[in-house]
Write a protein that binds this ligand. Structure first.
Ligand code: MN
Length: 245
């Protein structure tokens, strides 16, 4: 029986070095995702994604589990994060997941809601935005995807190391969203509600947009012992932990 809740997750950063996290996702996909009206994955499902032709774990296991879920009729939508932006049509076909554009307005309980990964809101991090413009360019992606897998693996390792070092140096307020940009983007899309991930700062923020009440939900990142889920149903929005217990 469906409970008419729409579920949102992001920032699992699944990685072969942390199999317990993949295990926790598999439990989540078996239950409670099976009872959901729909599941939205708002990016950074994987710590790295170097192309749909890479058959290394946890990709195939996750694709199969998503296929089981979509196979029983639960629609699953995927919006790219800054780690898994190369995830493409082949993974979508294998898993039954529907790929979304980088920003999309959906209707939830009769209201328009904007969905984003969240990295585009962090405009104070100019260095990252320049990097993003480069790697989200179709020509750059085509060039990378044409490289042999071994070379792409090495490149992904380098990028991850650079990103780790850079993140340690940056002031925390630079890595968070720019609140003026949040307002601007919500107004531009004509919404009073926004859901995003990326910052790993889970919260439901009440704000005012042109004098009207508005809401911004930030999804939480997953840990090996505990996931984070936004549940949206008739009673409102709630951030809930998900555990294996
Ligand atoms: Mn991210």
């Amino acid at each position: 029986m469906r409970d008419q809740a729409t579920l949102f997750i992001s920032d699992l950063h699944l990685d072969p070095r942390r199999p317990a996290m993949t295990g926790l996702l598999l439990k989540f996909l078996e239950q409670p995702a099976r009872e959901a009206e729909a599941l939205y994955i708002l990016g950074d499902l994987f710590e790295a994604w170097i192309g749909d032709d890479d058959d290394a774990e946890p990709g195939p296991t996750v694709a199969a589990a998503l296929r089981t879920l979509t196979g029983v009729g639960v629609p699953v939508y995927f919006l790219h994060g800054n780690r898994d932006f190369l995830l493409g049509e082949r993974f979508a076909a294998a898993s039954g997941v529907q790929l979304l554009p980088e920003s999309v307005v959906i209707e939830l309980a009769g209201e328009p809601v904007l969905l984003l990964h969240g990295d585009t809101l962090c405009i104070d991090d100019r260095e990252y935005q320049a990097f993003r413009a480069q790697v989200r360019h179709p020509a750059w992606q085509a060039q990378i995807l044409a490289l042999p897998l071994a070379q792409r693996r090495a490149l992904a390792g380098q990028l991850r190391e650079t990103s780790r070092q850079v993140a340690q140096q940056k002031a925390t307020d630079i890595i968070d969203v720019n609140l003026a940009e949040v307002d601007r983007v919500m107004l531009a899309h004509g919404v009073q509600r926004l859901i995003h991930g990326h910052t790993h700062r889970p919260a439901i923020h009440d704000l005012r947009l042109e004098g009207q009440p508005a809401q911004r939900a930030v999804l939480g990142d997953w840990q090996e012992q505990q996931g984070s889920v936004l549940r949206c149903d008739a009673s409102g929005w709630r951030l809930e932990p998900f555990t294996d217990a």
